[in-house]
Design a protein around this ligand. Structure first.
Ligand code: NAP
Length: 416
């Protein structure tokens, strides 16, 4: 059944493919994006419309929510720019959405993009979907708080605790830095990462949206998590360069944390997002494994990329296979050019081509030479080892005309 769907965070890495999938399935999607340029991208992905504004703009959200029967709430992230904390962005944004829905008198089904960060670092333990949240980061706390806001709202809510999403262009792959030989990460590479390919993430969100379980919590991850060391080794195997180095071997954790908090404090006075914060450090080295029985058994979900080998091939091969295709095309082009050269060499006639070669490649040239030569000099012979230019000079023939007439002759073996 076609639905009217609102997607917040529609311009994001997960949001955009989600909009594409919803539109392809025939749903009428309205996105929320923060600039007209991003709104145009969302419409290009198939949305029938896109609101332009921030997640705290309740009036705007109410307009987008009016008539919607399904909302995917994806707007959010580790923190906002400048002084916009994770709490204001994720919990505050969710409060604004719930209030907007209430103002619009709408009671759509809401699927929330929460995060495995609500579990904090579990030292590699497997956690099930009913495991209590125990966040250790501002981001994790803000996501857990946003879950509560939604679950307490009385709306038909599904919470998707998403692992670590990767796909073409996702920064978590570090593929550019690895290729350039300057990829560093905190930790020692022994953390379990609950990874999932973005295509599977999108399909899982759609499956969760279609489920009947109001107030439910789902894990969105591949059935097999990956150790950071293995994940990045596989990326390196596909892109070359230099493997990731884990900087905890070189920099004590207290120094990392101190430096990251200084960076975050400095960026609070700017309109930009800090490139590294204490949350980044903790999230990048947190170790947790997500049980996905809900998806696998409850929804009979089938992953397209259940393991990192297949997922990374899909994420990184487009570029690699394009490069290989270009290489192959280049080789074919070179071979073709060489054959054309050889053919040209055999067929083409120039001022310095010896007469013997011309006669071999263009039998009709004998008549041309005889006719032109006869008209100028009846009894002087044409030397077959002479070049055409020499013949023209010796016999007073006009070289360009002679060349043109010989070139117009069909080559031997060619059309008569
Ligand atoms: N990627 C992961 O590994 C992962 C894992 C777990 C959970 N999640 C959650 O999934 C959601 C989508 O993640 P993603 O990977 O697609 O992230 P992303 O590429 O950074 O996209 C975030 C989206 O949220 C929008 N947004 C951010 N701040 C906003 C604000 N103040 N008002 C309105 N929109 C705002 C962004 O808009 P702009 O394009 O204008 O910036 C963008 O569309 C997030 O809530 C994230 O916390 C992601």
């Amino acid at each position: 059944m076609a639905r009217r769907v609102l997607v917040t965070g529609a311009s994001g890495r997960i949001g955009l493919p989600l909009v594409r999938a919803l539109a392809a399935a025939g749903h009428a999607v309205t996105g929320l994006a923060r600039s007209p340029t991003k709104a145009a991208v969302v419409r290009d992905a198939g949305a029938v419309g896109c609101l332009v504004g921030g997640i705290h703009d309740r009036a705007l959200l109410a307009r987008g929510a009016a008539g919607a029967d399904l909302v995917f709430h994806l707007a959010g992230g580790l923190r906002g720019p400048g002084a916009e904390t994770a709490d204001r962005l994720n919990r505050g944004g969710t409060v604004a959405l719930v209030e907007a829905l209430s103002e619009a008198g709408a009671r759509p089904r809401v699927v929330y993009a929460s995060s495995a960060a609500v579990y904090g670092d579990r030292a590699g333990l497997w956690v099930e979907e009913d495991f209590p949240a125990s966040p250790q980061t501002n981001y994790g706390r803000s996501k857990a708080a946003a879950e509560r806001v939604l679950l307490d709202s009385g709306l038909p809510v599904r919470v998707a605790r998403i692992g670590i999403v990767y796909g073409p262009g996702f920064p978590v792959l570090l593929d550019r830095a690895i290729r350039a030989g300057r990829a560093w990460l905190p930790g020692e590479g022994d953390a379990w990462m609950p990874v999932i390919h973005v295509d599977d993430c999108v399909q899982a969100l759609l499956a969760i949206a279609a489920s009947d379980a109001d107030g439910s919590t789902w894990h969105v991850a591949a059935p097999e998590p990956a150790l950071a060391l293995d994940f990045y080794r596989e990326v390196h195997a596909r892109v070359g360069g230099r493997p990731v180095r884990f900087w905890s071997t070189f920099v004590p954790s207290w120094a990392q944390a101190w430096a990251a908090s200084r960076v975050e404090a400095a960026f609070e006075r700017t309109p930009m997002r800090p490139p590294i914060t204490p949350d980044h450090l903790r999230l990048l080295s947190a170790s947790v494994r997500l049980k996905v029985d809900g998806l696998a058994r409850g929804l009979a979900f089938r992953w397209r990329h259940p393991d990192i080998a297949s997922g990374l091939d899909a994420a990184l091969r487009p570029a690699a296979s394009l490069a290989r295709a270009l290489d192959r095309a280049g080789e074919r082009f070179d071979a073709l050019a060489a054959r054309l050269d050889a053919l040209g060499e055999r067929l083409d006639v120039g001022p310095s081509t010896p007469v013997a070669r011309i006669l071999a490649s263009r039998p009709g040239a004998r008549d041309v030479l005889a006719r032109r030569h006869l008209s100028s000099c009846a009894d002087c012979p044409v030397g077959e080892d002479e070049t055409l230019a020499e013949v023209a000079e010796t016999h007073g023939l006009f070289l360009p005309d002679l060349l043109a007439e010989i070139r117009a002759l069909p080559p031997s073996g060619g059309p008569a």
